[in-house]
Design a protein around this ligand. Structure first.
Ligand code: ADP
Ligand code: MG
Length: 257
């Protein structure tokens, strides 16, 4: 018997004005996959996640999550957006920022309860920020802020994690912690989609790759998609891959071994 795909894009196009951001995207993500979405700046990575969340209108096609529309499936996701300027500039504590995940969609008469506090504490624990709960978010380093935003996403309790460039501009310690955490969450059976323009991390962590440049250049298991020809087609320039294959070290889209 065929399993129902968790996520399905059928001929999805998104335009901002005249300009296409996604064109004819068709793909299925089976439950439990760890998908790296890579492509140059402006290739539609963030738009793809927004299409899943139902926060961008489709010009054509449809998106289904377990057979439901993005609007119906909103609770399925834990989302770490690319930019967090909306909270960074407010005098909020780390605990407040994570608690925001619990307040979203809460009925006005419901109060923050013990379970909410427990989940916030658990989420901060998982990102190694439990001891910074009372700190102001704006006073933390970029890497620490990113951990807090991941904790906020975890507190949403979605089974599918969507992370938009969570590793851009973070320190080495945060990168290691985040990658280890994602590996753990994946091991617990969660589906993960992570966008990045850093081939290095995706090649080493994901099992599936989506090469995106407005259109799908390639989609499938890492071993079939992480090839010089497909990477060149995605980035529009030569990408050298060493003998290490997908697990080789990559810097600035050039792979050394
Ligand atoms: P990526 O995340 O890969 O950098 P995006 O999905 O953010 O790409 O953007 C895809 C294209 O759509 C780019 O050309 C970008 O400039 C454009 N775009 C993204 N968001 C908007 C928006 N809100 N309004 C107008 N154009 C947008
Ligand atoms: Mg983006």
């Amino acid at each position: 018997m065929e399993t129902t795909p968790l996520i399905e894009f059928s001929h999805v196009s998104v335009r901002y004005g005249e300009r296409p951001a996604l064109e004819d995207v068709t793909l299925r993500v089976e439950p439990g996959r760890y998908v790296g979405v890579i492509g140059p700046n402006g290739s539609g990575k963030s738009t793809l996640l927004r299409a899943l969340l139902g926060t961008t209108a489709l010009a054509a096609g449809e998106v289904r999550i377990g057979g439901r529309t993005p609007e119906q499936a909103r609770g399925a996701f834990a989302y770490v957006p690319q930019h967090h300027t909306e909270v960074r500039d407010f005098p909020l504590t780390v605990g407040d920022v994570v608690m925001m995940a619990r307040l979203r969609g809460m009925a006005p008469w419901r109060r923050i309860g013990r379970r909410d506090r427990e989940i916030v504490a658990w989420a901060l624990e998982r990102v190694g920020m439990a001891d910074r709960r009372e700190a102001l978010i704006g006073e933390l380093s970029g890497g620490q802020q990113q951990r807090v935003f991941i904790a906020r996403a975890l507190a949403q309790e979605g089974r599918v994690l969507l992370l938009d460039e969570p590793l851009t501009g973070v320190d080495a310690g945060t990168m290691e912690l985040v990658l280890a955490l994602l590996a753990e969450l994946h091991g617990e059976g969660r589906t993960i989609l992570i966008t990045t323009h850093d081939l290095n991390t995706t090649a080493d962590t994901c099992d599936t790759l989506l090469l995106l440049n407005t259109r799908v250049i390639a989609y499938g298991p890492m071993a079939e998609t992480f090839t010089p020809a497909l990477l060149e087609a995605t980035f529009g320039r030569h990408v050298h891959i060493g003998e290490g294959g997908p697990h080789a070290e990559v810097t600035e889209n050039v792979i050394h071994h």
